[in-house]
Design a protein around this ligand. Structure first.
Ligand code: FAD
Length: 430
């Protein structure tokens, strides 16, 4: 076929339906009850909870509102947003701690759903489930064990899908069966972000976009928020910068590992074709270490394929041919379908593979969602808001954990290329 990337837009498909606001740079007020750094789900969710609790809130955003992962992601909403197995978290946190943590995974999706309902945000959220494909026959054994654990420990709505029944979940022979997570879902990520942003503004929140925070220091009983355009005195502050955390945010930069992830979208196809490829419109991921995540678009007209096929510093343009190659392996019939959009964003990883919420030098933070943050960042952002309101409901199973770093690590993850190479070798030997 002709070059499939000839007309590819270098921007998220989601922005076609939910365009980003141009930067407005409003005046920075002298004071506010609460300052929030970052205008993604974490920051806006914290802001909305604080505003609903009667506080004045200013949100600082270095770029335009929603510039980060929150308007760029795949829109998969998962009840099990942890990179570690249940058993591993039980080793780390004890059985009761693991129970509580994994219940919070489910609580995060329930919270997201209730927030959409309460705030009347339309974002094409559907509990369509999620199919986790076994990339080799033996991967079914691991999935079977996990299903047993998740059912026994959490009463989770998960079940095995035998190869003969796979066509109900993906119109492809690529996998060897898999697992289905019934309570998971999909959302239009940028519509969700735009809805949150609108509610924050409507509740009186001020969004100081185009305003990078350069440092936060104690001043009297409050905190001085310094930015490139002036400063503000806040009673309290929180940071939701995740994969975009930089040196201005002090010690957090040494603890969050920015990891690039990319997505491509196909041109529109007939609805019947997309329905045949993804019959339930659910998210699909697989058991490979170099994981791919993919789905039908919210309108059922395209396939969106995401992953981290290359090393950290790759651009969406470099990653796109690799994502397309994988897509055509799964569905050879897509070999002739042009790619309409290719884009990327940054995830926040952590050294202990768990998300973190806490406080450092009087500043609250939540981050480290390891690529599964749509529901978790919204939920932990809400917890940040509750904490700043002094509400004990702001406690979580993640409280009190130290936030590890690595000697000499300063926010430049040189080791990712080694990890990626190792994962590719493991995947290639099956
Ligand atoms: C390509 C991609 C696909 C993904 N797919 C999924 C998925 O399918 N399912 C899922 O659950 N999760 C997914 N994720 C992860 C999810 O999007 C994130 O976990 C979540 O959006 C994090 O939200 P956040 O508000 O913490 O951070 P972000 O949305 O990244 O926002 C952080 C913001 O902080 C701002 N900022 C940083 N430093 C400063 C500063 N000093 N001053 C002012 N502002 C600052 C940045 O400009 C940025 O806008 C994906 C992420 C990416 C990139």
């Amino acid at each position: 076929m002709a070059d499939p990337f000839a007309a590819t837009k270098d921007a998220p498909f989601w922005w076609d339906q939910a365009p980003r606001d141009a930067i407005a740079r409003p005046d920075i007020p002298a004071e506010a009850d609460i300052a929030v750094v970052g205008s993604g789900y974490t920051g806006l969710s914290a802001a909305l909870t604080a505003l609903r609790g009667g506080k004045s809130v200013v949100v600082f955003e270095a770029e335009n509102a929603g510039f980060g992962a929150s308007s760029r992601n795949g829109g998969g909403v998962g009840n099990f947003p942890f990179k570690l197995s249940y058993g591993k978290t039980a080793e780390m946190l004890g059985e009761a701690g693991a129970q509580q943590l994994w219940q919070e995974g489910k609580a995060s999706v329930d919270y997201l759903e209730s927030l959409l309902e309460t705030e009347q945000i339309q974002a094409h959220f559907v509990r369509s489930g999620r199919f986790l494909g076994a990339h080799k026959p033996s991967a079914m054994d691991g999935l079977r064990r996990e299903v047993g654990v998740l059912q026994e420990k959490l009463g989770a709505d998960v079940r095995m899908i035998e190869p003969a029944d796979q066509q109900d979940h993906i119109g492809s022979e690529f996998y060897h069966g898999g697992r289905f997570n019934g309570g998971d879902g999909v959302i239009h990520p940028a519509e969700f972000h735009a809805g949150l942003l609108d509610r924050v503004r409507a509740a009186g929140g001020i969004i100081c976009d185009g305003t990078r925070v350069t440092g936060i220091s104690r001043e009297g009983a409050g905190l001085r928020i310094n930015t490139e355009r002036g400063s503000l005195l806040a009673g309290q502050a929180c940071v939701g910068a995740n994969g975009y955390t930089d040196g201005a945010l002090g010690t957090l930069e040494r603890r969050v590992i920015p990891v690039a992830s990319q997505i491509i979208a196909t041109e529109e196809m007939p609805e019947e074709q997309v329905k045949r490829l993804v019959p339930r419109g659910n998210m699909i991921i697989d058991t490979k270490r170099t994981v791919h995540y993919y789905r039908a678009s919210h309108d059922g007209r395209r396939i969106l394929m995401g992953g981290r096929p290359l090393l950290k510093n790759s651009t969406p343009q470099q990653a796109a041919p690799h994502l397309r190659k994988f897509m055509v392996k799964v569905w050879p019939e897509l070999a002739d379908v042009p790619i309409s959009h290719a884009w990327g964003g940054k995830l926040g990883f952590t050294f202990d593979k768990l998300p973190h919420i806490g406080e450092v030098d009087g500043v609250h933070y939540a981050c480290g969602y390891l690529g599964s943050g749509v529901a978790m960042s919204t939920y932990l952002g809400h917890k940040l808001g509750q904490r700043m309101l002094g509400d004990p409901a702001g406690q979580t199973a993640l409280d009190g954990r130290s936030f590890p770093t690595m000697p000499f690590y300063q926010g430049n993850p040189w080791f990712l290329s080694i990890v990626a190479a190792y994962y590719r070798i493991r995947d290639s030997i099956g």
